[in-house]
Design a protein around this ligand. Structure first.
Ligand SMILES: O=C(O)CCC(=O)C(=O)O
Ligand SMILES: [Fe+2]
Length: 331
């Protein structure tokens, strides 16, 4: 299966055509790529990767000054994200940033400030604006008012849950001959959120460079409750400027499973491939904590933005526990 690539140029004039392409992609692949959006520009995206690297280049102890707070989904983590699909931790470090927590849990390091926070905040606002343009399409398809999702994703309120995540996957040592067969940059998972915008990096927009690749998606998931993992994976080449969009579990539920939240993963390059660090940036749109979530067909019981995320975390945790038990038995 190929991943649809959708041209967003002249968005207002081409709205109806773009809408058809996006809805088709959301109902089938669950993933698509967009390009030629007004904003963020290629230059802004490329600058964001430099700001991201500036942060990750800080000494570990400085990064750890911004602790990861699970329930707030904010802060810095280092080799700590355990995936139910693999029972191993992702080979990465990442920081999650929310606009309304700028004075609470953002890096204040002198090497970054003053412009780091200003640039990151401006980027968040651009991601938000682009996301709301896309979510209008989903709202209309579900016969909700056009601004339905915009009103429910207010990132200026204290109840906001949307998050920018800067990710850095470490380059593996050539000399390291430990078994990597079950190690992943990001183990297979679906996203909990409504809609994810994922920015990948390449040094040139025309050439795809194998060293930055690794993202793979698995289309064809039927329902978010099964945790079923298919085995046909499609490669999504890294290309600066192509924004990868995926539907998350929250929108799948909100659409009574019409839009598909699909599994994806990031693999470690094989020994015969170029070895290099990988950086990516994700913007996760999540409804405010107090928003009521239920699809037009009422397929699932009504829940709130807060409970939806907490339940997803609990489900993940219990899946890890039951898989660990199973492995112990088989040992
Ligand atoms: O880095 C990537 O390409 C994917 C990241 C991802 O899927 C996630 O953080 O949810
Ligand atoms: Fe993801």
């Amino acid at each position: 299966m190929s991943i649809p690539r959708i041209d967003l140029s002249n968005f207002d004039e081409n709205y109806e055509k773009i809408k058809i392409e996006i809805i088709d992609a959301a109902k089938n692949a669950g993933f698509f790529m967009i390009y030629n959006q007004d904003s963020p520009s290629l230059e802004t995206i490329s600058d964001m990767f430099e700001y991201s690297k500036k942060f990750f280049d800080l000494p570990l102890k400085n990064k750890q000054d911004i602790p990861f707070i699970k329930l707030k989904n904010t802060g810095y983590e280092y080799f700590s994200q355990l995936r139910p699909s693999t029972l191993t931790v992702d080979q990465k470090e990442s920081i999650q940033l929310q606009l309304h927590r700028q004075n609470e849990n953002w890096p204040l390091n002198d090497n970054l400030q003053p412009d780091w926070s200003i640039k990151v905040a401006a980027f968040i606002e651009q991601c938000q604006e682009l996301s709301m343009k896309l979510l209008r399409i989903f709202a209309e398809e579900l016969k909700f008012p056009s601004n339905f999702f915009t009103e429910r994703h207010d990132i200026t309120k204290d109840t906001a849950q949307s998050t920018l995540r800067l990710l850095h996957y470490f380059k593996h040592d050539d000399g390291d001959d430990n078994d990597k067969s079950n190690l992943w940059r990001a183990g297979a998972h679906t996203d909990f959120d409504v809609l994810t915008l994922l920015f990948q990096e390449s040094t040139s927009i025309s050439d795809v460079e194998p060293g930055y690749n690794g993202l793979e998606v698995c289309p064809g998931r039927e329902t978010f409750t099964t945790f079923g993992i298919g085995d046909k994976w499609t490669k999504v080449p890294a290309k600066l400027g192509d924004i990868v969009i995926n539907i998350g579990d929250m929108l799948m539920s909100w659409s009574d499973d019409q839009f598909k939240s699909n599994f994806h993963r990031v693999r470690i390059p094989n020994s015969n491939e170029i070895q290099q660090d990988r950086y990516s940036i994700a913007w996760f749109n999540q409804a405010n904590t107090d928003v009521l979530i239920q699809g037009p067909l009422k397929k699932y019981p009504k829940t709130t933005g807060k409970n939806f995320i907490e339940d997803a975390m609990k489900r993940n945790y219990s899946l890890i526990k039951s898989k660990e038990e199973e492995e112990k038995k088989n040992f």
